[in-house]
Design a protein around this ligand. Structure first.
Ligand code: PLP
Ligand code: COI
Length: 355
């Protein structure tokens, strides 16, 4: 694919963040973005251009019926000056699975990867080097046809924006408090909970807002049918540590098949831990914490990396884990994963791609 690259004059470049160790998540964006448009003749007009506002017809499909999908991935600066992506082909594949589910046009995998890589390289001055920082990459597709009937759009915009980021949670790698949500639900089997579309996050806002007001970081969702089985957290998949075994809910169609989740399962096996993907009820979790069978819990995600869970609040009671300290298994998995992502440790899986 031929990508046109817009050169910006010195005076058009934004001032870069002053202290990379103070970066939060997703508020700063780089100078340029990738864009490409789709109409009945296919994808065309691929370019890396100045980051700026879009102009859409007010009747554009995405504003009314939420035909939108996105991805989340990161580029890391290694200490020896390389730029590394983590399993980017998995994100590209998941983006096309999301597209398929919402009747949106797929993008050839090699084209999407090329777009991501060329944009990151073009914007490399923005890649932060402080520990725990990276460039967050947000590929997004929106339906742009101006039409109010409910049908798949015939026109789309695909774009990629970049944001230099630090930790997703305010405290960094510190145990977080989760609120177990037993009223609202995030997604039901048969719906769109297993793809990355904005509607899932819109549906989660009310519960998340209430939980945050009460001092929790995020909610832990239960299944939509019975409010019995643990599903996932707002922006991460969930793991429970039973001694030397880690247990995570199975991919039954209502949770996101996280790339970090899949990587944690492989890493854990590699480190000699046992792994189980199985349905786990909230009762089993509460009993396990209370009896000491569950020794740690953590979440996994691109933005969240591996986030230790310090406590669960369920039906008016607080259940704390590992004295609200980062547990040994969580720490080990975090260190191993992060060292691979930043090119500090050997990568026996072939996950890291230098660009
Ligand atoms: N679950 C949800 C709802 C998410 O938004 C994310 C973040 O992408 C994840 C899980 C973790 O997925 P991944 O590890 O691919 O980032
Ligand atoms: C990610 O981890 O990439 C996500 O998409 C989570 C997002 C909701 C911040």
């Amino acid at each position: 694919m031929k990508i046109a690259i817009e050169n910006l004059n010195e005076n058009e470049l934004k001032p870069i963040y002053s202290d990379a160790s103070q970066l939060g998540f997703g508020r700063i964006f780089t100078d340029r973005m990738f864009t490409m448009r789709y109409n009945t003749t296919g994808w065309a007009d691929a370019k890396i251009e100045k980051y700026k506002n879009f102009s859409f017809d007010p009747s554009a499909c995405v504003f009314h019926y939420s035909q939108e999908i996105f991805e989340g991935m990161k580029a890391y600066a290694s200490e020896d000056g390389r730029i590394l992506l983590f399993r980017p082909e998995q994100n590209v594949r998941r983006m096309n699975r999301s597209a398929d589910r919402l009747v949106m046009p797929p993008i050839p995998e090699e084209d999407m990867l090329q777009a991501i890589e060329e944009l990151v390289v073009a914007e490399k001055r923005w890649i932060p080097k402080a520990p725990g920082t990276s460039i967050y990459i947000r590929p997004t597709m929106v339906a742009t046809e101006p039409f109010l009937g409910v049908h798949p759009s015939s026109e789309y915009l695909f774009f990629i924006i970049l944001s230099p980021v630090g930790a997703y949670y305010k405290g960094g790698f510190q145990p977080i408090k989760l609120y177990v949500e037993d009223t609202f639900v995030r997604a039901a089997v048969g719906g769109v909970g297993d793809i990355k579309t904005g509607g899932n996050y819109a549906a989660s806002l009310m519960a998340g807002y209430e939980a945050q007001r009460k001092g929790f970081s995020q909610v832990l969702w239960l299944d939509a049918r019975e409010r019995k089985y643990v599903e996932e957290v707002g922006a991460m998949n969930m793991f429970f540590v039973f001694g030397d075994k880690i247990v995570t809910p199975p991919l039954t169609g209502s949770i996101l098949p996280g790339i970090t989740r899949a990587s944690v399962l492989e890493l854990a096996n590699h480190l000699g831990l046992k792994t189980e993907e199985r349905a786990i009820t909230i009762e089993e979790v509460i009993d396990g914490i209370s009896s000491g069978d569950i020794t740690e819990a953590f979440g996994s995600g691109t933005a969240a990396v591996i986030s230790p869970v310090g406590s669960l609040y369920f039906k008016e009671k607080d259940y704390s884990l590992n004295n609200v300290q980062v547990g040994e298994v969580t720490q080990r998995l975090y260190d191993t994963l992060v060292n691979i992502q930043y090119g500090k440790a050997e990568d026996p899986f072939g996950w890291v791609k230098e660009i």
